[in-house]
Design a protein around this ligand. Structure first.
Ligand code: HPA
Ligand code: ZN
Length: 336
Protein backbone atom coordinates (compact mmCIF):
# COMPACT_ATOMS: atom_id res chain seq x y z
CA UNK A 1 0.00 0.00 0.00
CA UNK A 2 1.10 3.54 -0.69
CA UNK A 3 0.30 4.43 2.93
CA UNK A 4 3.54 2.79 3.92
CA UNK A 5 5.49 4.68 1.26
CA UNK A 6 3.92 7.95 2.46
CA UNK A 7 5.16 7.12 5.96
CA UNK A 8 8.65 6.10 4.85
CA UNK A 9 9.42 9.12 2.66
CA UNK A 10 11.08 12.08 4.40
CA UNK A 11 8.70 15.00 4.05
CA UNK A 12 8.61 18.77 4.46
CA UNK A 13 5.52 20.61 5.66
CA UNK A 14 5.14 24.21 4.44
CA UNK A 15 1.65 25.21 5.58
CA UNK A 16 0.99 24.61 9.25
CA UNK A 17 -0.36 27.20 11.71
CA UNK A 18 1.20 26.33 15.03
CA UNK A 19 -1.92 27.56 16.84
CA UNK A 20 -3.90 25.21 14.59
CA UNK A 21 -1.99 22.24 16.00
CA UNK A 22 -3.38 22.97 19.49
CA UNK A 23 -5.05 19.67 20.45
CA UNK A 24 -8.06 19.96 22.79
CA UNK A 25 -6.37 17.77 25.44
CA UNK A 26 -3.33 20.09 25.62
CA UNK A 27 -5.61 23.15 25.44
CA UNK A 28 -7.51 22.03 28.55
CA UNK A 29 -4.28 21.17 30.36
CA UNK A 30 -2.73 24.58 29.67
CA UNK A 31 -5.99 26.47 30.36
CA UNK A 32 -6.26 24.71 33.69
CA UNK A 33 -2.74 25.53 34.87
CA UNK A 34 -3.28 29.16 33.77
CA UNK A 35 -6.67 29.24 35.53
CA UNK A 36 -8.40 30.23 32.31
CA UNK A 37 -12.00 29.26 31.66
CA UNK A 38 -12.65 27.86 28.21
CA UNK A 39 -16.14 28.23 26.73
CA UNK A 40 -16.52 24.43 26.70
CA UNK A 41 -16.68 22.23 29.75
CA UNK A 42 -14.87 19.20 28.34
CA UNK A 43 -12.57 18.01 25.58
CA UNK A 44 -15.55 16.14 24.14
CA UNK A 45 -17.85 19.16 23.95
CA UNK A 46 -15.07 21.22 22.39
CA UNK A 47 -14.43 18.54 19.76
CA UNK A 48 -18.16 18.38 19.05
CA UNK A 49 -18.05 22.09 18.19
CA UNK A 50 -15.54 21.45 15.39
CA UNK A 51 -18.16 21.51 12.66
CA UNK A 52 -17.55 24.21 10.14
CA UNK A 53 -19.25 25.29 6.95
CA UNK A 54 -16.82 28.08 6.10
CA UNK A 55 -13.48 29.61 7.09
CA UNK A 56 -14.98 32.12 9.54
CA UNK A 57 -16.68 29.39 11.63
CA UNK A 58 -13.28 27.83 12.18
CA UNK A 59 -11.50 31.13 12.81
CA UNK A 60 -13.92 32.03 15.61
CA UNK A 61 -12.99 28.84 17.50
CA UNK A 62 -9.33 29.10 16.56
CA UNK A 63 -8.94 32.55 18.17
CA UNK A 64 -10.90 31.34 21.21
CA UNK A 65 -8.61 28.31 21.58
CA UNK A 66 -5.48 30.46 21.56
CA UNK A 67 -6.64 32.32 24.65
CA UNK A 68 -5.29 29.49 26.84
CA UNK A 69 -1.72 30.39 25.79
CA UNK A 70 -0.18 32.85 28.26
CA UNK A 71 3.48 32.25 29.07
CA UNK A 72 6.60 31.09 27.21
CA UNK A 73 6.22 27.52 28.50
CA UNK A 74 2.76 27.31 26.87
CA UNK A 75 4.14 28.25 23.45
CA UNK A 76 7.01 25.84 23.96
CA UNK A 77 4.64 22.98 24.84
CA UNK A 78 2.37 23.74 21.88
CA UNK A 79 5.30 23.75 19.46
CA UNK A 80 7.04 20.70 20.93
CA UNK A 81 3.84 18.66 20.61
CA UNK A 82 3.78 19.43 16.88
CA UNK A 83 7.48 18.63 16.46
CA UNK A 84 6.96 15.27 18.16
CA UNK A 85 4.15 14.54 15.74
CA UNK A 86 6.56 15.44 12.90
CA UNK A 87 8.98 12.86 14.23
CA UNK A 88 6.26 10.18 14.19
CA UNK A 89 5.37 11.01 10.59
CA UNK A 90 8.90 11.40 9.28
CA UNK A 91 8.51 15.13 8.60
CA UNK A 92 12.13 16.27 8.57
CA UNK A 93 11.58 19.95 7.82
CA UNK A 94 8.73 22.31 8.75
CA UNK A 95 8.02 25.94 7.83
CA UNK A 96 5.67 27.06 10.55
CA UNK A 97 3.22 29.98 10.69
CA UNK A 98 2.45 31.85 13.86
CA UNK A 99 -0.07 34.66 14.42
CA UNK A 100 1.54 37.22 16.75
CA UNK A 101 -1.49 39.54 16.65
CA UNK A 102 -3.68 36.71 17.97
CA UNK A 103 -1.60 36.98 21.14
CA UNK A 104 -0.45 40.60 21.40
CA UNK A 105 -4.09 41.72 21.09
CA UNK A 106 -4.91 39.89 24.32
CA UNK A 107 -1.92 41.24 26.20
CA UNK A 108 0.74 38.58 25.59
CA UNK A 109 4.11 40.03 24.55
CA UNK A 110 5.56 39.31 21.13
CA UNK A 111 8.75 38.12 22.86
CA UNK A 112 6.86 35.59 24.99
CA UNK A 113 5.32 34.04 21.89
CA UNK A 114 8.41 33.84 19.74
CA UNK A 115 10.82 32.83 22.48
CA UNK A 116 8.61 29.93 23.53
CA UNK A 117 8.12 28.71 19.96
CA UNK A 118 11.78 29.17 19.09
CA UNK A 119 13.04 27.28 22.14
CA UNK A 120 11.05 24.23 21.03
CA UNK A 121 12.30 24.53 17.44
CA UNK A 122 15.94 24.74 18.55
CA UNK A 123 15.48 21.71 20.77
CA UNK A 124 13.68 19.76 18.05
CA UNK A 125 16.54 20.41 15.66
CA UNK A 126 19.08 19.15 18.22
CA UNK A 127 17.18 16.22 19.68
CA UNK A 128 14.80 15.12 16.92
CA UNK A 129 16.86 16.14 13.88
CA UNK A 130 14.01 18.21 12.42
CA UNK A 131 14.89 21.53 10.78
CA UNK A 132 12.44 24.41 10.64
CA UNK A 133 11.75 28.00 9.71
CA UNK A 134 9.25 30.41 11.23
CA UNK A 135 6.82 32.51 9.19
CA UNK A 136 5.10 35.44 10.90
CA UNK A 137 1.56 35.98 9.59
CA UNK A 138 -0.39 39.24 9.60
CA UNK A 139 -4.10 38.89 10.35
CA UNK A 140 -5.90 40.28 7.32
CA UNK A 141 -9.11 41.20 9.18
CA UNK A 142 -7.04 43.82 11.05
CA UNK A 143 -5.81 46.99 9.34
CA UNK A 144 -2.45 47.50 7.64
CA UNK A 145 -1.31 49.85 10.39
CA UNK A 146 -1.52 47.00 12.87
CA UNK A 147 0.53 44.81 10.52
CA UNK A 148 3.18 47.56 10.35
CA UNK A 149 3.27 47.63 14.14
CA UNK A 150 3.74 43.86 14.21
CA UNK A 151 6.50 44.08 11.61
CA UNK A 152 8.23 46.61 13.88
CA UNK A 153 7.94 44.29 16.87
CA UNK A 154 9.49 41.47 14.85
CA UNK A 155 12.70 43.36 14.15
CA UNK A 156 14.30 42.43 17.48
CA UNK A 157 13.71 38.77 16.50
CA UNK A 158 14.46 38.87 12.81
CA UNK A 159 17.12 36.20 13.19
CA UNK A 160 14.34 33.72 14.09
CA UNK A 161 11.90 34.59 11.27
CA UNK A 162 12.43 33.79 7.60
CA UNK A 163 9.27 35.20 6.04
CA UNK A 164 6.04 37.08 6.55
CA UNK A 165 2.64 35.65 5.62
CA UNK A 166 -1.00 36.71 5.51
CA UNK A 167 -3.90 34.72 6.97
CA UNK A 168 -7.35 34.92 8.61
CA UNK A 169 -10.57 36.11 6.92
CA UNK A 170 -9.89 36.29 3.18
CA UNK A 171 -13.13 37.54 1.63
CA UNK A 172 -13.39 41.32 1.92
CA UNK A 173 -9.70 41.64 2.77
CA UNK A 174 -7.91 41.59 -0.59
CA UNK A 175 -4.12 41.54 -0.97
CA UNK A 176 -4.09 45.25 -1.97
CA UNK A 177 -4.80 46.12 1.64
CA UNK A 178 -1.30 44.89 2.62
CA UNK A 179 0.78 46.08 -0.33
CA UNK A 180 2.69 48.62 1.76
CA UNK A 181 3.61 46.34 4.63
CA UNK A 182 4.71 43.53 2.30
CA UNK A 183 6.94 45.99 0.39
CA UNK A 184 8.48 47.06 3.70
CA UNK A 185 8.95 43.43 4.80
CA UNK A 186 10.75 42.60 1.54
CA UNK A 187 12.96 45.66 1.95
CA UNK A 188 13.88 44.38 5.42
CA UNK A 189 14.94 41.04 3.94
CA UNK A 190 11.94 38.87 4.74
CA UNK A 191 10.67 36.36 2.18
CA UNK A 192 6.92 36.59 1.55
CA UNK A 193 4.01 34.17 1.38
CA UNK A 194 0.27 34.79 1.61
CA UNK A 195 -2.98 32.86 1.77
CA UNK A 196 -4.97 33.40 -1.42
CA UNK A 197 -7.67 31.60 -3.36
CA UNK A 198 -8.86 29.54 -0.40
CA UNK A 199 -12.24 31.29 -0.32
CA UNK A 200 -11.28 34.34 -2.35
CA UNK A 201 -11.49 34.47 -6.17
CA UNK A 202 -8.72 33.90 -8.72
CA UNK A 203 -8.21 37.67 -8.87
CA UNK A 204 -6.94 37.56 -5.26
CA UNK A 205 -4.35 34.95 -6.29
CA UNK A 206 -3.25 37.08 -9.25
CA UNK A 207 -3.01 40.23 -7.11
CA UNK A 208 -1.14 38.33 -4.40
CA UNK A 209 1.52 37.34 -6.94
CA UNK A 210 1.72 40.75 -8.59
CA UNK A 211 1.22 43.19 -5.73
CA UNK A 212 2.65 41.29 -2.76
CA UNK A 213 5.40 39.60 -4.83
CA UNK A 214 5.18 36.41 -2.82
CA UNK A 215 7.57 33.47 -3.01
CA UNK A 216 4.67 31.03 -2.44
CA UNK A 217 0.87 31.03 -2.42
CA UNK A 218 -0.87 29.35 0.51
CA UNK A 219 -3.84 27.30 -0.79
CA UNK A 220 -4.33 28.91 -4.23
CA UNK A 221 -7.07 26.44 -5.23
CA UNK A 222 -9.28 28.99 -6.96
CA UNK A 223 -6.55 29.97 -9.43
CA UNK A 224 -8.15 27.26 -11.59
CA UNK A 225 -10.98 29.68 -12.42
CA UNK A 226 -8.55 31.76 -14.52
CA UNK A 227 -6.77 29.73 -17.25
CA UNK A 228 -4.35 32.59 -18.00
CA UNK A 229 -3.33 32.72 -14.36
CA UNK A 230 -2.83 28.94 -14.30
CA UNK A 231 -0.52 29.25 -17.29
CA UNK A 232 1.49 31.96 -15.63
CA UNK A 233 1.76 29.99 -12.34
CA UNK A 234 2.90 26.94 -14.32
CA UNK A 235 5.51 29.07 -16.05
CA UNK A 236 6.82 30.79 -12.90
CA UNK A 237 6.55 27.62 -10.78
CA UNK A 238 5.46 29.72 -7.81
CA UNK A 239 4.54 26.98 -5.34
CA UNK A 240 1.03 26.37 -3.98
CA UNK A 241 0.70 24.93 -0.48
CA UNK A 242 -2.53 22.95 -0.79
CA UNK A 243 -4.35 21.61 2.30
CA UNK A 244 -6.83 18.86 1.38
CA UNK A 245 -8.48 18.05 4.73
CA UNK A 246 -8.78 21.78 5.49
CA UNK A 247 -10.58 22.33 2.18
CA UNK A 248 -12.94 19.48 2.97
CA UNK A 249 -13.68 20.66 6.54
CA UNK A 250 -14.20 24.31 5.54
CA UNK A 251 -16.45 23.51 2.59
CA UNK A 252 -14.02 24.44 -0.19
CA UNK A 253 -14.74 20.98 -1.61
CA UNK A 254 -17.80 18.87 -0.82
CA UNK A 255 -16.15 15.50 -1.43
CA UNK A 256 -12.46 14.59 -1.46
CA UNK A 257 -12.96 12.93 -4.85
CA UNK A 258 -13.70 16.40 -6.18
CA UNK A 259 -10.56 17.95 -4.73
CA UNK A 260 -8.75 20.14 -7.31
CA UNK A 261 -5.31 18.73 -6.41
CA UNK A 262 -5.24 16.44 -9.45
CA UNK A 263 -6.16 19.31 -11.79
CA UNK A 264 -3.49 21.52 -10.21
CA UNK A 265 -0.86 18.80 -10.71
CA UNK A 266 -2.02 18.10 -14.27
CA UNK A 267 -1.78 21.82 -15.06
CA UNK A 268 1.95 21.67 -14.35
CA UNK A 269 1.87 23.69 -11.13
CA UNK A 270 4.40 23.34 -8.29
CA UNK A 271 1.93 21.85 -5.79
CA UNK A 272 2.58 20.64 -2.24
CA UNK A 273 0.34 18.86 0.30
CA UNK A 274 0.00 20.24 3.85
CA UNK A 275 -2.17 20.04 6.97
CA UNK A 276 -3.04 23.73 7.72
CA UNK A 277 -4.69 23.34 11.18
CA UNK A 278 -4.44 19.61 11.91
CA UNK A 279 -5.97 19.71 15.40
CA UNK A 280 -9.15 21.19 13.93
CA UNK A 281 -9.37 19.47 10.55
CA UNK A 282 -8.96 15.84 11.53
CA UNK A 283 -5.46 14.91 10.50
CA UNK A 284 -1.78 15.71 10.29
CA UNK A 285 0.30 15.65 7.12
CA UNK A 286 0.29 11.89 6.47
CA UNK A 287 -3.50 11.79 6.79
CA UNK A 288 -3.72 14.52 4.15
CA UNK A 289 -1.52 12.49 1.80
CA UNK A 290 -3.53 9.32 2.46
CA UNK A 291 -6.85 11.12 1.90
CA UNK A 292 -5.86 12.46 -1.52
CA UNK A 293 -4.06 9.28 -2.52
CA UNK A 294 -7.18 7.21 -1.85
CA UNK A 295 -9.77 9.66 -3.16
CA UNK A 296 -7.93 10.76 -6.29
CA UNK A 297 -6.09 7.49 -6.91
CA UNK A 298 -2.65 9.12 -6.89
CA UNK A 299 0.14 6.89 -8.19
CA UNK A 300 3.47 6.18 -6.55
CA UNK A 301 5.09 8.60 -9.02
CA UNK A 302 2.65 11.35 -8.06
CA UNK A 303 3.20 10.81 -4.33
CA UNK A 304 6.96 10.96 -4.80
CA UNK A 305 6.57 14.09 -6.93
CA UNK A 306 4.49 15.82 -4.24
CA UNK A 307 7.03 14.93 -1.57
CA UNK A 308 9.91 16.16 -3.76
CA UNK A 309 7.94 19.36 -4.33
CA UNK A 310 7.71 19.91 -0.57
CA UNK A 311 11.48 20.36 -0.48
CA UNK A 312 11.79 22.19 -3.81
CA UNK A 313 9.20 24.72 -2.65
CA UNK A 314 10.80 25.13 0.77
CA UNK A 315 13.12 27.92 1.90
CA UNK A 316 16.00 25.49 2.46
CA UNK A 317 19.24 26.17 0.59
CA UNK A 318 20.07 24.24 -2.57
CA UNK A 319 22.56 21.95 -0.89
CA UNK A 320 20.04 20.79 1.71
CA UNK A 321 17.35 20.42 -0.96
CA UNK A 322 19.70 18.14 -2.89
CA UNK A 323 20.40 16.02 0.19
CA UNK A 324 16.70 15.52 0.86
CA UNK A 325 16.04 14.78 -2.82
CA UNK A 326 18.75 12.09 -2.82
CA UNK A 327 17.21 10.50 0.24
CA UNK A 328 13.76 10.46 -1.37
CA UNK A 329 15.19 8.97 -4.51
CA UNK A 330 16.92 6.14 -2.67
CA UNK A 331 13.75 5.23 -0.78
CA UNK A 332 11.44 5.42 -3.79
CA UNK A 333 13.78 3.38 -5.99
CA UNK A 334 13.71 0.53 -3.47
CA UNK A 335 9.94 0.61 -3.45
CA UNK A 336 7.82 -1.48 -5.82
N1 HPA B 1 -7.06 30.20 6.38
C1 HPA B 1 -6.92 31.46 6.79
N2 HPA B 1 -6.45 31.77 7.97
C2 HPA B 1 -6.07 30.81 8.80
C3 HPA B 1 -6.18 29.49 8.43
C4 HPA B 1 -6.69 29.17 7.16
O1 HPA B 1 -6.84 28.00 6.76
N3 HPA B 1 -5.73 28.78 9.49
C5 HPA B 1 -5.34 29.64 10.44
N4 HPA B 1 -5.56 30.88 10.03
ZN1 ZN C 1 -3.60 28.27 6.43
Amino acid sequence: MLTELIQRLPKAELHIHIEGSFEPELMFEIASRNKINLDYDSVESLKNAYQFTQLQDFLDLYYQGMSALQIEQDFYDLTMAYMQQCKLENIVHAEIFFDPQGHTHRGVDFATVINGINAALVEAEQNLGISSHLIMCFLRHLDEQDAFKTLDQSLAHQDKIIAVGLDSTELGHPPQKFEGVFAKARELGYLCVAHAGEEGPAQYVKDTVELLQVNRIDHGNRCLEDPQLVKSLAYSQIPLTVCPLSNLKLGGVSDMRQHPLRELIDSGLMVTVNSDDPAYFGGYLSQNFIAVQESLGLSKTEIVQLVENSFKASFLNDELKQQHMAHISSISSEWN
